[in-house]
Design a protein around this ligand. Structure first.
Ligand code: SF4
Length: 191
């Protein structure tokens, strides 16, 4: 169990990390590869969760810097309103997740130099950096309009984990927005 002080330090570090990748990627596109690494960790932990070797959503609860940073940065700015129920719809979340995967894979394929070889680190990093900035922008808007971690309800990476780990139930917002609570995605399973 993290003490409140340690949690705040980790929250602040997560915020610095997220801002560094989001701003640094403009100048050094390869910085976006940090998101690719995080996505790989999320998938690996979800697979472990599927077989009972890790907690469900272990990535969301203990690793993801974006969720932690949003909860920390927006805790005094969010309106505190519940997210509209339509956002919790499983089809919507899966559609968003599928669209993200389609865009990322399609962009990576298009970045292939010719028919052979692999996308350069910078080109691949630019793709993941774009994803990082778009999701951060979405997280800020939803976080201010509703609750700090409202983004976590629709987050494609969260949905991907739910799908892999077999926890893709419909969700609703609760007041549990702070990291380290029962469900740090700020959500609760309905069924
Ligand atoms: S739902 Fe998305 S943003 Fe929220 S903690 Fe999980 S991976 Fe991070």
């Amino acid at each position: 169990m993290q003490s409140a002080r340690n949690r705040r330090v980790l929250d602040a570090l997560a915020l610095v990390f997220v801002l560094a990748v989001a701003s640094g990627g403009w100048f050094y596109p390869a910085a976006g590869l940090a998101l690719a690494v995080l996505m790989a960790v999320a998938v690996a932990l979800s697979l472990l969760g599927r077989f009972g070797a890790a907690r469900k959503r272990a990535f969301c609860n203990g690793v993801c810097p974006r969720g932690r940073a949003l909860g920390f940065a927006l805790r005094h700015f969010a309106r505190g309103k519940p997210l509209p129920r339509a956002f919790t719809d499983l089809s919507l979340r899966r559609g968003l997740c599928g669209f993200m995967m389609f865009c990322v894979i399609g962009s990576l394929v298009r970045a292939l130099p010719g028919l052979q070889g692999y996308p350069s680190l910078a080109a691949a990093g630019r793709i993941f950096w774009g994803l990082c900035v778009i999701s951060l922008a979405g997280g800020l808007v939803l976080g201010v309009l509703f609750r700090p971690r409202a983004w976590c309800v629709v987050c494609p990476m969260g949905t991907l984990q739910d799908t892999i780990a077999g926890t893709g139930a419909r969700r609703r917002m609760t007041g549990a927005d702070a990291p380290g609570t029962a469900d740090s995605r700020g959500t609760a399973l309905e069924g």
